[in-house]
Design a protein around this ligand. Structure first.
Ligand SMILES: [Cu+2]
Length: 157
């Protein structure tokens, strides 16, 4: 029986090697800005580090928890156009070059949480699935924080 178990483990090894592609992406400082007033949209931020030797691309995200929270998530970038800040959809997703970190932060690249059915208040934790072009996913806990310049209340991993 013990021998069979060892054999099974060996059989599983090739799979775990494949799955390591997912862990080559490291997410830190994930937080979502608390809702302002009656706005039913807000933004999410994080640092995405690609430890891999090949580029990766974040192509989508969706809210998975809390269960009662409904909303749509897009990838946006903020661009300045003659002194006016506008948000643009990143239609081709966000490239995370090999060995580099992409920083999603206020007035820059962000996750846009829209059409929310409830307000997000400090202390809440929103679970979001990040989808990458190589078909791997990453489920990340985003701490809801008040907006504070260059500060996030995100839980350090
Ligand atoms: Cu936006």
């Amino acid at each position: 029986m013990k021998r069979l178990f060892v054999l099974l483990l060996f059989n599983l090894l090739p799979f775990s090697t494949t799955a390591s592609t997912a862990s080559s992406i490291i997410i830190d400082d994930a937080w979502v800005r608390a809702s302002i007033g009656n706005m039913m949209h807000t933004a999410g931020y994080m640092h995405i580090t690609n430890m891999d030797s090949i580029d990766h691309r974040l192509i989508g995200a969706e809210i998975v928890a809390p269960h009662a929270l409904i909303g749509k998530v897009d990838l946006h970038q903020t661009v300045e156009d003659s002194g006016v800040f506008r948000m643009q959809l990143l239609e081709e997703g966000l490239l995370i070059p090999a060995g580099e970190t992409q920083i999603l932060q206020p007035k820059s690249t962000h996750l846009m949480l829209m059409e929310l059915n409830q307000k997000l208040t400090p202390g809440m934790v929103i679970k979001i699935i990040l989808r990458f072009a190589n078909q791997t996913t990453h489920t990340v806990d985003f701490q809801v924080c008040k907006l504070h310049h260059k500060f996030s209340c995100a839980i350090q991993p």
